[in-house]
Write a protein that binds this ligand. Structure first.
Ligand SMILES: Cc1cc2nc3c(=O)[nH]c(=O)nc-3n(C[C@H](O)[C@H](O)[C@H](O)COP(=O)(O)OP(=O)(O)OC[C@H]3O[C@@H](n4cnc5c(N)ncnc54)[C@H](O)[C@@H]3O)c2cc1C
Length: 306
């Protein structure tokens, strides 16, 4: 028998959708993904999620979300969805050989921040290496930090970080920014911002926290060390939507196009970072997951009423 609602992804958006759907007696089935818990599983302190005045570690917060979803009867399958067919109802969703059918689907597969893939980066994530200035800028009051990137979001992150840091160095691999003129100029004009052009970061230095980076000038090949307390990687995000290509309307960057939580297919809803490239926060993702579940519930009701 088809599930009433199937939720794909178990970050803040998916688990919030599950809590709402379960409490509405929709007996949700969640395919949570191998990266269960989502992006907050790879961070340390979360200090901006309301309800935790002393902050909470990312994995602990997601454990609480999960417990709450399970408490109301959400069934969880730890697997990745590999294929979907939204062309007819009930919708079909596969994880390898396993096939699921569902009357409605909530997609909350999130997005993945792009990383540089250099030595030291993974080890020091959450200990000075970050991909989110809004989340972690506060920890760098009066510290010297660097931002890697040259697009609008790198400029935004760098400008935001000037509120806290004593100095922000933008390290960019080319000799001009890809960012819009106005954003680039704002960054270039800022007294706390310095730019190192034509340069790539080759290694993040530090044992328990970031102490600096090894950088290489692409013109001269000269390698030098730059002392730093933090490194923000701002080279973009990839929405996790490969499996939805050809099934749903996606924008040019691969994000799901949605009106509220409604996607281009009636009965398929989406929320969180898979839709949102503006806010990218746990609280907004949770809010969007709630909206997706409520919309799915109402949509299912409307299908039952002739
Ligand atoms: C290092 C770091 C620190 C951060 N710190 C903060 C912070 O302090 N405060 C804050 O508010 N925000 C923070 N954020 C942002 C926050 O983590 C995200 O905005 C939020 O997690 C988005 O939630 P989501 O549910 O949309 O997606 P995600 O958290 O990305 O979860 C996506 C889920 O989808 C699953 N999935 C993906 N593909 C598939 C598939 N094919 N099949 C099944 N499942 C799939 C994954 O396994 C995962 O469970 C941080 C982000 C990062 C990277």
């Amino acid at each position: 028998m088809a599930e009433k609602i199937l939720i794909i992804g178990s970050g803040p958006a998916g688990l919030t959708a599950a809590i709402y759907a379960a409490r509405a007696d929709l007996e949700p089935m969640m395919i949570e993904g191998f990266a269960r818990g989502g992006q907050l599983m790879i961070t340390t302190d979360v200090e901006n999620y309301p309800g935790f005045p002393d902050g909470i570690m990312g994995p602990d917060l997601m454990e609480q979300f999960r417990k709450q979803a399970e408490r109301f009867g959400t069934r969880l399958v730890t697997a990745d969805v590999t294929k979907v067919d939204f062309s007819q109802r009930p919708f079909k969703v596969w994880s390898g050989e396993d096939e699921y059918e569902a009357e409605s689907v909530v997609i909350s597969t999130g997005a993945s921040a792009r990383w540089l893939g250099i030595p030291g980066e993974e080890k020091l994530r959450g200990y000075g290496v970050s991909a989110c200035a809004t989340c972690d800028g506060f920890f760098f009051r009066d510290k010297e930090i660097a931002v890697v990137g040259g697009g609008d979001s790198a400029m935004e992150e760098a400008l935001f970080l000037t509120k806290f840091a004593s100095k922000v160095t933008i390290i960019h691999r080319r000799d001009e920014f890809r960012a819009s003129k106005i954003m680039a100029q704002r960054a270039l004009d800022h007294e706390k911002i310095e730019v190192i052009w034509d340069t790539v970061v080759e290694e993040v230095l530090g044992d328990n926290s970031v102490t600096g980076v090894k950088i290489r000038n692409r013109n001269t090949d000269e390698v030098t060390e730059l002392k730093l307390d933090g490194l923000f990687i701002a080279i973009g995000h990839d929405p996790n939507t490969k499996i939805f290509e050809g099934q749903l309307e996606l924008d040019e960057e691969g994000y799901i196009v949605a009106e509220g939580s409604r996607t281009s297919v009636a009965g398929v809803f989406a929320g969180g970072d898979v839709v949102d490239k503006v806010y990218r926060q746990a609280i907004t993702a949770a809010g969007m997951g709630c909206a997706a579940a409520l919309d799915a519930e109402r949509w299912l009701e409307s299908q039952e009423t002739p």
